[in-house]
Design a protein around this ligand. Sequence first.
Ligand code: ADE
Length: 948
Amino acid sequence: MDEHNRPIHTYQVCNVMEANQNNWLRTNWISRDAAQKIFVEMKFTLRDCNSIPWVLGTCKETFNLYYMESDESHGVKFKPSQYSKIDTIAADESFTQMDLGDRILKLNTEVREVGPINRKGFYLAFQDIGACIALVSVRVYYKKCPFTVRNLAMFPDTVPRVDSSSLVEVRGSCMKYAEERDTPKLYCGADGDWLVPLGRCVCSIGYEEVDGSCHACRPSFYKPFAGNVKCSKCPPHSFTYIDATSVCQCEKGYFRAESDPPTMACTKPPSAPRNANFNINETALYLEWSPPSDMGGRKDLTYSVICKKCGSDPSQCEVCDGGLRFLPRNTGLTNSFVTVLDFLAHVNYTFEIEAMNGVSELSFSPKQFAALTVATDQEAPSFVGMLRKDWASQSSIALSWKEPDYPNEVILDYEIKYYEKVVSRIAPGFWRWLRKEEHGELSYSSTKSKAPSVIITGLKPATKYIFHIRIRTAAGYRGYSPKFEFETGDETSDLAAEQGQILVIATAAVGGFTLLVILTLFFLITGRCQWYIKAKMNSEEKRQSHLQNGHLQFPGIKTYIDPDTYEDPSLAVHEFAKEIDPSRIRIERVIGAGEFGEVCSGRLRTPAKREIAVAIKTLKGGYMERQRKDFLREASIMGQFDHPNIIRLEGVVTKSRPVMIVVEYMENGSLDCFLRKHDGHFTVIQLVGMLRGIASGMKYLSDMGYVHRDLAARNILVNSNLVCKVSDFGLSRVLEDDPEAAYTTTGGKIPIRWTAPEAIAYRKFSSASDAWSYGIVMWEVMSYGERPYWEMCNQDVILSIEEGYRLPAPMGCPVSLHQLMLHCWHKERNHRPRFLDIVSFLDKLIRTPGSLHTLVEDILGIPESPGDVPEYPVFVSVTDWLDSIKMGQYTTNFLAMGFTSLDLVSRMSIDDIRGIGIALIGHQRRIASSIQTLRLQMMHIQEKGFHV
Ligand code: ADE
């Protein structure tokens, strides 16, 4: 009877009284099928010899399991000598007379494995040598990895290898309407589990993934690329009525240029330029106009100017012959002005100004242009005469000139344009980034005066400046005067200039004093000064810190050892990382793809038999030795760290394939995506808590003498308790894997937006350059994952940093945090805070949360840093400003609603921004932050006496 009292059939033997037993039971022939290794599970009961009287010496408590391979399924005579022994089987539990009486079934289960099996089948045999046994069941089986579908690839039934430490690599085949994106592979493990998914299939163009298979895009939807993205709605002004569309068709009147991606809206040619106007003097005709009101949905706007000579009948115009010269040229103009030279006197010229874009050529509609007729016989007054320097101090120059005499025109005012005469104001490393022709235009200033004299302030001592002047009359600006060069004075010249400057100095002094008072109060509240933090550093820390190897080394903290200093890098990995037996790892899911292979999540059985969640980085098959070294380099680095804010290495698998690095699992993934997903969800204290964790991890790294070089929110991982940990170490030397890293002119790859200027310019990486990157991470965190410097190109980022521009505070950012960011972005790397300073500063903020209540938008008017007011770029118009922050598409919204000057813009509130029709939150934010900067900039300009 079994444990449920049901009768069972068993094979029994119990010749315990007689010596020399040799009883055999043999199975029928069993087909091997696909098996390489078979498992035999036996259930049996066995009588305890001690419970049978008088059997000492004859009673046994084991039996033997044998097998014999054979291709014949019938007619094989049983010969024990042909059988090989698998094992002696003993019972874990044996039963006694009492158990029988109590009807207790003491069933044993034993499993043995045999293999490899090479013949078509086999027999099993059981040998009894004098035990009292009942064989209840024998189950014979083999293991296989069953058919499965992963990442749109199908994998067939697969039988594992006999050798349990090596896996079978299986190539998948893509499902219908899917195609390979990296060869899809799985590994079949000895226990019949699929491991380490690599590669994948993706739905082909026109198809998207729905519930694990590829389905055609519906009408009105399209998918232009093969990939794991959904079908998208046709872009504006395009359509499709059929299934499985890869590119939508343009509506009538709209076009797609050859280079336009299928994802782009269909567009049309622009309308005509507006407000065409001209200015003329004896030798030059200056034409200017405003951009068209309708750009046709594109940004690749250019202009061409055609000159015609027309008689009284406008249909009788003929194109001007070759005599005229256009500067810079007459076609493909990107600016809305052109200068015309070599025209004839007393001629009526008609200029047709046409706006064009990338689809103008495709349209058959008549061209739209602005026409302007210019008669070259008019008086063309321009500024003539000398510009005189009346006096100069260290920071000012007073100029005057003779008022020109134009009896028929009223001079409205004079515009004085000036800039520093420099050969190269740019650090050598930046110079290569800068196109030559932009150089002279980079930062001129201008001011206006109604009188024929001006005092220009805010200049540098003993420096040469270039000045030129033009007149404005009711007809517009006249041509510029020749250029004049004047120099500011040195210390000795100030006395002479004193009288002329009293007013300016008094104004600056009052402004400066107010600024000083505000800043002093501010420091006392926030305690943000680095010297203050340093003063607070306890004496023990000071005593202990000493300089070693170029970094502050604290006794008791290990120094980082560069794995490259090992002749054999595999020695380094085994010194710093534990080897893990792959049978302790269970791979569950692919969570990402790295340079070297998939990143998976899974479980690791610890030696204490506990299961912990882990992330597993795998090295793709077919790698070269160099790739293996680079891959394991990360483990050699990570294995040296032990800190709650540094990702923990659990170990490596190097002795079997695939090679793996196993690290702790961080449930919330990378910080940048996490913040974007939870935009606006956290309190400032929570965000500061995250920043504090990162700073603490970085302090640990810098104490160990390790420079990260790629600190960015994408390289920070977040766990389920919002703890942030620094990761991505392997690439700190080469940065090959970071999609943000761009090649510099020196050949290195650098994530420009996150990197300090000295590291970009001459590869000076240090903990101070990590501090710069930390400032950028602060900005990413406080803006919930916004891209630093938005869509500005890398080149513009470098230039603007060199010019003194710094990222403005994100909306809702406490002043104290923005101040800390600015500190991290100090041009001079020795003036940046150390991570020790950053951690104590953030701790202080967390202890006194009141210090986080003052937001940048609440204290407009306080300049950014004491005695070091950033040099913001000077914008001249609303259009320039919007273009500089890549928001040029809203120019008409601003102008149409009356925000036509920067002064008006600088007074806008967030409601105003929404009110003029800017609906996207990200764009509202960007514009609002830039308005903050504008206000500071305008204050700074007022203080320095600039006029814009
Ligand atoms: N992606 C890369 N590494 C990871 C980790 N340790 N945890 C979660 N996601 C990751």
